[in-house]
Design a protein around this ligand. Sequence first.
Ligand code: UD1
Ligand code: UDP
Length: 356
Amino acid sequence: MITHIVGNRPQFIKLAPLYHALEQAGCEQNIIHSGQHYDENMSDVFFRELGIPAPYVNLMAGGGSHAQVTAKAMVGLEEELLNKNPELVILYGDTNTTLAGAVVASKLCIPIVHVEAGTRIHCKTNPEECNRIATDHLSDILFCPDDISMHNLQKEGLDHLAYLTGDIMYDTYLSIAEKSADQMSQEDIIVMTWHRQENTSDRERMDSILNLVRQLGSKVVCPLHPRTRKCLTEYGLMEKAKAIPNFEITDPVGYLEMVALMQRAKLILTDSGGVSKESAYAGAKCLFMLDADVWEYLVRDHWIQKVNPEDQASVEKALQFAGRAEHVDQEDRPKYYGDGHAAAKMVQALKERNLI
Ligand code: UD1
Ligand code: UDP
């Protein structure tokens, strides 16, 4: 039995292609949901749209501090893994659910596969960086989205466990994009996502992000993460946000709608690791609102431009970047993250290591 441990929106998106590839290879699998994300539009919608079977259990670990979520997930995971005793555990990304899975499975001596290993932003005040470093070092097989991630693992002495598979999110993206298609009429919209702790835990910071949105001028469509909605409301900034004429706030959307939105965009404004990379798949350049070493090739190629919303000089540069942005055709998009067959390469590697 292979157990997938997931709990957050981006993990459901990463799980889909690997689940289906392992199914084709005849593997017995089950899914544990930590419950870290729990709203219908942050969780169930992805299972439905991407054809993933329902988790056999939900640990209801969502809503709380880092320690509360991680600890609750750990207690539930230990019980489940002891009960079912799987031969392999698969973890995704860098969330508190990932960390909980790594700590619990390693102490039960269950081999761990880490999907999206080796990414580093070289900043330990970032909660996800702590999770990914710990998870990589507790895992037995590491699947990397690009050669920079491979190199990071080499520097940490983990290269003997690492495979360059390409980005599994590209597998998912292609499976949906082929259906919804780039033929869709382009609009002059900017798509925005916003949820990182660094951008939601300080009122001034949130206010400066709203000012950036206003200055962009074009229509900004923002499926708002529940964390950000809560923080805007708590800081008394929701009315200001709603009053920005070019700002269209919606609830979080399913993946099909998100892909369709990105395909229509001329620009993406985000602090999301996943969305900033998907910008290259969808052909919309990206303003990234975090001072971190994100997807280095895309930054080097000026596909991603970092912006500090609190620094007017940086905002001016961002506005110029936005002013030049146009939707980019398929053949001119950067291609650094594999060929969309990451899941098949993962299955092959697991077979080579006699893990399935
Ligand atoms: C988490 C991950 C982050 C990832 C993001 C994906 C960690 C440390 N962070 O951040 O790496 O980029 O998921 O979206 O694990 N909430 C709801 N409903 C939900 C989910 C969340 O209301 O379905 C609210 C709750 O108030 C919760 C808050 O959002 O306390 C934050 O959720 P949490 O899962 O702790 O962090 P994210 O910001 O979602
Ligand atoms: N996404 C989505 N609906 C939304 C916002 C994002 O389907 O309303 C998708 C997005 O396309 C990407 C993933 O969710 O595939 C990214 O998740 P998120 O930004 O929450 O997490 P991160 O990548 O920062 O860990």
